[in-house]
Write a protein that binds this ligand. Structure first.
Ligand code: NAD
Length: 434
């Protein structure tokens, strides 16, 4: 019979909270810690600090069963655990390097708190060499007789489907210097029943960056193909479909549009470039991927301006969707923020629709009226700009939308609609790569 372990999780954000809750769900006893007291208070009172489908149910069920608890002191998680997962943030610094301050602080707190041997699992996305740096740091700060082993276990979940992804992982990557520590982490993750790749720490760390960099490359590649399609009269939807039918290529991440955003792909591509620069390697593809992604946002704004003869000064534009992708409330590096800033610079009045981001977005966009009613956003606007492919946008009543708009202009940054159908409805419709 499966015997649950005692596990601590440091950092209760998108990754830490989902990981902690799912580890409890499969039978471990888990203490999740965050330094943000308000976040912990909120979770304790039953209000999830992030939007993820299915998360609230799992958290509440496991809190009720006593297998999941929350704390603000690292010692609470370290004392109670054999394995401590580190899932704190690793944002970008201005120069593209990874800001490791949260990880280092977490490690110091673990070392101070530990009174017996611990396995520390780095789940945060971190540069190559972090596992070995962490082990050296922990061992140098350890109380006498306490041994630390550091294992790398990069996370591949996607925001918006994070709980589902955790229970349906494509693979579990475990990078360990100690065979025994690696085996223990493997045993802890065994209930998730996914293929396991055991490797050394450095390879595990690089697998995460390589995977995200490759996904970003697919997106920038298909976006450049879309730009070519526009010039030669081809349809990127068909081109992507034809490419994706090739098993060597696969259909995922071939949706042309305004490019990637979010917490991971932008910072991980920048970090990959920085990691290469550090070892004196010019990673040319990565540089282009990042540049293309930025240009794609600008291209979208250029198309809107061109349709209004370069004059957005007295135009009201309805931006549909703010989160960087559907089914999440994450606004970090969301294309919407860049696009809205550019439109406003050109003098446009912008208003926005998002089904769930309103409260978070209000702080970032204080002068932009935000509503969770799509038709209210469209009422009297000169154009509808589709920035996030929310189901609510895909299923708009097109007749009603056209009636609400002052002009029937639609700029579809996510290729949500069929151009023929839109034209049949009497819209001026502009998509990407069609
Ligand atoms: P996040 O910012 O949502 O969460 C990080 C949390 O850590 C915050 O709540 C913060 O308060 C807390 N924290 C910081 N220092 C702490 C400390 N010393 N002790 C306790 N708590 C501390 O970040 P996230 O999106 O969950 O990402 C976490 C890591 O996982 C990053 O390295 C990221 O690159 C990686 N990752 C993220 C995703 C994703 O989809 N968000 C997917 C895969 C990997």
């Amino acid at each position: 019979m499966f015997e649950g372990m005692r596990i601590g999780v440091l950092g209760t954000g998108y990754v830490g909270l989902v990981t902690g809750a799912c580890l409890a769900e499969v039978g471990h006893t888990v203490v999740c810690v965050d330094r943000d007291e308000r976040k912990i208070e909120s979770i304790r009172s039953g209000v999830m600090p992030i939007y993820e489908e299915g998360l609230e149910t799992i958290v509440k069920r496991n809190v009720a069963s006593g297998r999941l608890s929350f704390a603000t002191e690292t010692a609470a998680a370290v004392d109670a655990s054999e394995i401590v997962f580190v899932a704190v943030g690793t944002p970008s610094l201005d120069n593209g390097d990874v800001d490791m301050s949260q990880v280092k602080t977490a490690l110091r707190h673990i070392a101070e708190a530990a009174r017996e041997d611990k396995i520390v699992v780095i789940k945060s996305t971190v540069p190559v060499g972090t596992g070995s740096m962490a082990e050296t740091l922990l061992r140098s700060l350890a109380r006498s007789g306490v041994r630390f082993d550091v294992v790398s276990n990069p996370e591949f979940l996607r925001e918006g489907t994070a709980v589902h992804d955790t229970f349906h992982m494509d693979r579990i990557v475990i990078g360990a210097a100690s065979e025994a520590a690696g085996a223990r982490v493997r045993a802890a993750l065994a209930p998730f029943d996914a293929p396991v790749l055991m490797t050394n720490r450095e390879s595990a760390e690089l697998i995460k960056y390589a995977s995200n960099s490759f996904l970003a490359t697919k997106i920038s590649f298909i976006n450049e193909m879309a730009n070519v399609c526009e010039k030669v009269g081809a349809d990127i939807g068909m081109v992507a479909k034809g490419m994706g039918m090739d098993k060597r290529i696969g259909p995922a991440f071939l949706n042309a549009g305004i490019g990637y955003g979010g917490f991971c792909l932008p910072k991980d591509t920048r970090a990959q470039l920085f990691i290469a620069e550090n070892v004196d390697y010019d990673f040319k593809i990565m540089r282009a991927v990042i540049e293309v992604n930025q240009l794609q946002r600008q291209r979208f704004v250029r198309k809107v301006r061109a349709a209004f003869q370069g004059d957005l000064a007295d135009k009201t534009l309805a931006v549909m969707g703010l989160s960087f992708k559907p089914n999440t409330d994450d606004l970090r590096d969301a294309p919407s923020l860049d696009i809205i800033a550019m439109l406003r610079q050109y003098g446009a009045s912008v208003r926005a629709y998002d089904p769930i981001c309103g409260p978070k977005a209000a702080a970032l966009l204080p002068d932009v009226p935000i509503t969770d009613d799509p038709y209210e956003a469209l009422e009297g606007a000169d154009a509808m700009l589709i920035v996030t492919e929310w189901a609510q946008v895909k299923s708009l009543d097109l007749d009603r939308a056209k009636e609400a708009l002052r002009r029937p202009y639609v700029f579809d940054g996510r290729n949500v609609f069929d151009p023929e159908q839109m034209r049949a409805h009497g819209f001026y419709y502009s998509a990407v790569g069609k």
